[in-house]
Design a protein around this ligand. Structure first.
Ligand code: 48F
Length: 252
């Protein structure tokens, strides 16, 4: 079969533009493809909600790939073991009721679950602003190519609408920080020092709607609440993503 470069180009453009046009009005926009965002996106999409996950980097996975100090292993505690099983992530049991999994397998399986559920991935794309109109609700995401941000080019963005936005941007809580800056209605207290037990026990509690239409999950939830960080234990991230999905599914 003769391969034609223009035909290859046409195939990519036609398919990608079709998909983008189909994802301009979403039920759920998840910002950030770390563990909490992947779990949340997979679970809402599984229930038939239209969902896109917007990730500024080339690859999803966030802080999970690196395990602990680049040793590609993550720890999950008993409370979240069922989610390892739910996503078919293999693990070994270690002393103290800790379960250890490959960080690479964990990212791959969570990503595959999200793909299978119908999540549309928009990688290399940064959310640079939100839409808030007279309803006083976050109702859309303002997106641009990450390369534009990196090169500090003056290029105007495009916008998609979402019934719910999930801030899964990790330690920086980027979307909540934007809402803080633009409305003054919420406060992002910033994360505190390492304290795994406390941080893990609180992250699900802090997973909530912090502004109409905006749910925070994962480390973003702890950063908003001024809560501690936990290092390479990931049970709280999985449970927080699950709670974010539940909060949304109760409402739409
Ligand atoms: O940091 P990250 O993995 O978030 P998480 O789900 O998990 C935290 C853990 O990895 C770990 C930890 C606990 O176990 O402390 O750090 O809370 O992933 C956040 C993702 O959001 C992307 C970023 O590139 C990363 O992949 N991101 C951040 N800001 C934006 C963004 C933005 N403005 N637009 C799009 N993506």
């Amino acid at each position: 079969m003769a391969l034609d470069e223009v035909t290859i180009t046409r195939a990519i453009l036609a398919e990608q533009l079709r998909i983008l046009m189909e994802h301009l009005e979403l039920d759920v926009g998840v910002v950030g493809g770390g563990p909490s965002g992947l779990v949340c996106a997979a679970l809402v999409a599984e229930r038939g909600k239209s969902c896109a996950l917007i990730e500024k980097k080339l690859s999803v996975g966030g802080g999970m790939w690196g395990g602990g100090m680049m040793f590609p292993r993550i720890v999950v505690q008993e409370e979240a073991r069922r989610l390892l099983e739910r996503f078919d992530i293999s693990y070994t049991e270690q002393a103290g009721n800790y379960f250890v999994a490959s960080s690479v397998e964990a990212v791959a399986k969570l990503t595959a679950a999200a793909c299978d559920a119908g999540v549309e991935f928009m990688n290399l794309t940064t959310v640079e602003d939100v839409v808030i109109k007279e309803s006083g609700r976050v109702s859309g995401l303002v997106i641009n190519w990450t390369a534009v941000e990196m090169a500090r080019l003056h290029v105007d963005p495009l916008t998609i609408s979402c019934r719910f936005t999930v801030d899964a941007t990790g330690h920086d809580a980027c979307i909540a920080s934007l809402v803080e800056r633009k409305t003054g209605a919420i406060r992002v207290k910033g994360e505190r020092s390492m304290w795994a037990e406390r941080a893990e026990s609180q992250v699900v509690h802090h997973t909530k709607e912090v502004y109409p239409g905006l749910i925070v999950t994962g480390m973003a939830a702890n950063a908003v609440a001024g809560e501690h960080r936990m290092g390479p234990i990931f049970g709280g991230m999985l449970l927080s993503g699950e709670k974010a999905a539940q909060l949304i599914l109760e409402r739409i």
